[in-house]
Design a protein. Structure first.
Length: 199
């Protein structure tokens, strides 16, 4: 092999080593923002919430019950096989023009009384706040929750997902029913506090 051929071969090897492979396009899954898995949250402490007045509405005689909210230090135990705690998202409405609080109505689709719910609230930062509400939801009844949205924004940022998991008791243990959960996004689905006037 001649000296020129050897130099040419070394130059080609050097050139090949310097050339970088083109960067492939990212997959859609990589581009979509990742929400923390709900199971990663169960080790986090339950956040405190102020005592509020709640409203229980029975579908037939429309009676109202006022109760105090019980806050516990429990951590949710998830269950994906609940059968007796089905709930339905009813409505969401801002209580004022400034959107500082809203009411969330959850209806029961269960033949049994539901002993409460867990809230899993995801903020814009990805942080998740968990709150247990221990008010019963009567069979085929509706429960109204008043949520302090301003406090949530201060704590976790704009709420990107507000999940409600009903509780089902099995052999004395209360489970958060992951397979029966419903969710809302306040900024998207909450109705205005007053109807918009046209004209």
């Amino acid at each position: 092999m001649t000296k020129t051929a050897l130099v040419l071969m070394c130059f080609l090897l050097f050139l090949a080593a310097c050339v970088q492979k083109p960067v492939s396009n990212q997959s859609i899954q990589e581009l979509v923002s990742k929400t923390p898995d709900i199971e990663d949250v169960i080790k986090q402490p339950v956040a405190e919430e102020k005592n509020e007045t709640v409203e229980e509405v029975k579908p037939v005689n429309e009676t109202k019950l006022e109760e105090k909210v019980e806050i516990t230090d429990e951590t949710p135990i998830l269950n994906k096989k609940c059968r007796n705690s089905a709930i339905i998202y009813d409505s969401c409405k801002w209580t004022d023009q400034t959107k500082s609080t809203f009411t969330l109505r959850i209806a029961s689709a269960s033949k049994q009384e539901i002993p409460g719910v867990w809230f899993f609230i995801t903020g814009e930062s990805g942080a998740i706040k968990t709150v247990k509400r221990t008010e019963d939801i009567l069979s085929k009844g509706t429960r109204t929750y008043t949520i302090d949205y301003t406090a949530l924004v201060k704590e976790i940022g704009v709420v990107k997902r507000f999940e409600v998991l009903p509780i089902e008791e099995v052999n004395g243990t209360g489970y958060a029913c992951e397979n029966q959960r419903v969710y809302t996004i306040p900024k998207t689905y909450c109705k205005p506090s007053e109807p918009v006037k046209v004209g």
